[in-house]
Design a protein around this ligand. Structure first.
Ligand code: FAM
Length: 441
């Protein structure tokens, strides 16, 4: 079976029954106590949420449906042999609870579930013109995350759930239009994100999707891939001959496509207690449709202590470089970190509300950097931070987790491939987050 909706339909009645049983048998049982500190601290550490798609262990980090990030890198299907996982495979896993089957022999496409998701998303990827118009009409200084929220709200007019609810759909069938809305939204997000990027930084000329590319690779392509290089393109971008292939191809560079696939896979889900996941879930519980609920999540992701931290990390690193240059010594870095703390700011990219170890999403990105950009100065600078920051945060005596989180490393990968506009980074995070929070819906 490669039809995602049919796979869900086969599972959902059983899952609904399981939940009813759980409630009947265990309803009155207590899960734990709640302290005053936990109430003040935003419910941290209280086991009070049902979140099936992922589980966050303070020591081990995230598991998606029971699989760690290294396991995902190994088991999920990839676009090229031995390459990075594709998010379509993760979406299948998150929604159905099972690893997608893969067409190993490349002879039976009918068994390739991840590929079927790629096709499903491609079929629904067309963004209506009125959404582009909303984006074009916004104030030019509108932050890309605000633009993302506005575009998703503009899509809401097509919500199937809202229409079916008005028409009186039975409760047990809610999941079907929610599924349709979720897939429609996920399918359109790369085009919307790319339009935001092109409008904000590249003069507004949009790039068509490439029907041969998968979901994440297409995002990269639409942001600024030049594809197969024609002499016209070469003249246009002013690059001489084949000397700089990666430059010529823009974000169609194979390394950039692989980076985007990995990036979109690992940012998808992080249990339900973080701001974006919780906000999406909370608003969804009012039976607000997936467009409305996802927008709530995105307004939360736009905060500097949450998803905007990746933008803040890059700004902060650029301040270090502006002050000290690229060859920063350990002592200079220590001084800079202390100065940040003394000025009443946080060190972005470090710390976490739940994790108490280095974020495996950080480690995974560091691994990608080591394989693909070992000599890149910014990579070295981030590695130096890893040496310097935790000790200092421990010395403050109050930071519960001094280790780096996902946002400490993502900007480095994007910068390396030429995506230098840090204000845009959280939009990429948001596109990925849709996979997790809408699967849980
Ligand atoms: N730099 C400086 N101070 C920090 C710190 C950091 N990186 N992390 C925590 N602290 C402080 C925190 O501000 C608090 O101080 P006050 O008592 O004076 O208010 C104290 O240490 C105890 O905080 P905590 O219990 O260790 O952390 P919280 O659970 O309150 O907050 C974070 C968690 C993520 C908001 C916090 O670590 C932080 O602000 N980090 C920097 C911003 C960041 O990187 N956010 C991204 C998180 C990421 F995983 C994501 O959501 N994408």
């Amino acid at each position: 079976i490669t039809d995602l909706k049919a796979a869900m339909a086969a599972k959902i009645p059983k899952e609904q029954e399981r939940l009813r049983e759980l409630r009947k048998e265990c309803g009155p049982k207590a899960l734990g106590a709640c302290t005053v500190e936990q109430a003040i601290g935003g419910m941290r550490g209280i086991p009070a949420m049902l979140w099936e798609t992922s589980l966050l262990d303070p020591e081990e980090g995230i598991r998606f449906r029971g699989h760690t990030i290294p396991e995902l890198e190994e088991k999920l299907p990839s676009a090229k042999e031995g390459g990075e996982p594709i998010p379509e495979g993760l979406l299948w896993l998150l929604m159905t609870g099972e690893m997608p089957t893969v067409d190993q022999a490349k002879a039976m496409p009918t068994v390739d579930q991840a590929k079927a998701v790629t096709e499903l998303l491609r079929e629904r990827s067309k963004v209506p013109d009125h959404v582009f118009k909303v984006l074009r009409d916004l104030h030019p200084n509108t932050h890309p995350m605000t633009q993302l929220c506005q575009a998703v709200l503009a899509l809401q007019v097509d919500s199937k759930f809202a229409a079916d609810y008005r028409a009186g759909i039975h409760k047990s069938k809610y999941w079907e239009p929610v599924f349709e809305d979720s897939i429609n939204l996920i399918a359109k997000l790369p085009t919307i994100a790319a339009a935001i990027y092109r409008n904000t930084y590249k003069g507004g000329e949009l790039i068509e999707a490439d029907p041969k590319l998968d979901w994440a690779a297409n995002l990269s392509h639409m942001m600024g891939g030049f594809g197969r290089v024609s002499s016209r393109t070469l003249n246009k971008i002013g690059v001489d001959g084949a000397a700089n292939l990666s430059h010529m191809m823009g974000y169609d560079d194979e390394g950039c496509l692989e980076m985007m696939r990995l990036y979109q896979t690992i940012h998808a889900d992080h249990e339900g207690g973080n701001v974006s996941a919780h906000a999406t879930h909370l608003v969804g519980s009012a039976l607000s449709d997936p467009y409305l609920s996802f927008t709530a999540g995105m307004t939360g992701l736009a905060g500097p202590l949450h998803g905007l931290a990746n933008q803040e990390v890059l700004r902060w690193l650029n301040e270090v470089r502006a002050e000290v240059g690229d060859n920063v010594t350990k002592e200079q870095m220590k001084e800079f970190v202390w100065a940040t703390l003394k000025s009443g700011k946080v060190v972005p990219g470090f710390g976490h509300a739940v994790l108490r170890k280095t974020d495996p999403r950080y480690t995974c990105q560091a691994g990608f950097a080591a394989r693909n950009m070992p000599d890149y100065p910014l990579y070295k600078l981030v590695a130096l931070l890893y040496d310097v920051v935790p000790d200092i945060l421990i010395q403050t005596g109050k930071v519960k987790n001094p280790w780096p989180n996902v946002d400490a490393h993502s900007g480095v990968l994007l910068q390396y491939y030429g995506i230098t506009e840090e204000n845009f980074y959280t939009v990429l995070f948001g596109v990925s987050r849709a996979l997790g929070v809408l699967s849980q819906g």
